[in-house]
Ligand binder design. Structure first.
Ligand SMILES: N[C@@H](CCC(=O)N[C@@H](CS)C(=O)NCC(=O)O)C(=O)O
Length: 207
């Protein structure tokens, strides 16, 4: 069975949400998020970067959340939640899947890390503002792309919506503006899916 090394609110939620959508069995292994544990010899064997998440499936051990998603889609997805490889829609699917982590989650992660490393109001406001401005650019691009669409690829919900959804979840408390109109509607739509609600409750109950 797939084992997802996770702690509440971290990127393993993408993988949990995907398993819930696909109705695949999985197990959550709760991990201590303290720096001491993350940089222990024990954890570095599972995640050489001292980060979360990691995922184990038989002999496969991965440490990038979107790679975990793609692996699960290809191995267990039976063609669900992704367009047919090689089609134009698949190219857009890859773009939004990669964008969600490589471009959109990056400035969000910088704010999270900055606030963790500089707690007690010692944060540098210019750093936070610069990262927020990068988040706003991503939100504008997403808002534009959502014109006339229910999901990022159109009428069909895909794993790219899951990955974007996670980035929206962690963006919302790190910016000083509301989401642009179409993004707000999109977020409210995808975050009311039963698989997302189950994923949130599974990660909270840690089982
Ligand atoms: N690109 C990686 C990012 C992993 C990542 O940054 N994880 C966060 C938690 S969601 C973490 O462990 N942060 C601690 C740190 O970077 O020090 C992924 O998508 O899995």
């Amino acid at each position: 069975m797939i084992k997802i090394y996770h702690t509440k609110g971290t990127r393993g939620l993408r993988v949990i949400w995907l398993c819930e959508e696909l109705k695949i069995e999985y197990q959550i292994q709760e991990v201590d998020f303290s720096k001491e544990f993350r940089f222990s010899k024990e954890w570095l064997k599972i995640n050489p970067l001292g980060k979360l998440p990691s995922m184990q499936d038989g002999e496969v051990l991965l440490f990038e959340s979107c790679a975990m998603m793609q692996y699960i889609l290809d191995k267990y997805g039976k063609g669900k939640l992704q367009p047919l490889a090689g089609t134009p829609n698949y190219a857009y699917f890859l773009q939004w899947l990669w964008f969600s982590e490589a471009t959109f989650a990056r400035p969000i992660g910088e704010i999270v890390n900055h606030r963790r490393e500089f707690p007690d109001k010692q944060e540098i406001p210019e750093v936070v503002r610069e990262m927020q401005s990068r988040i706003y650019k991503c939100l504008d691009a997403l808002n534009e792309a959502l014109k006339g669409k229910k999901f990022i690829l159109g009428e069909d919900f895909t794993a790219a919506d899951i990955s974007l959804g996670y980035s929206l979840l962690i963006a919302q408390n790190r910016i000083d503006k509301d989401f642009p109109e179409r993004v707000a509607k999109y977020w409210s739509n995808i975050s009311s899916r039963s698989a997302f609600i189950s994923a949130r409750s599974r990660e909270k109950s840690n089982n």
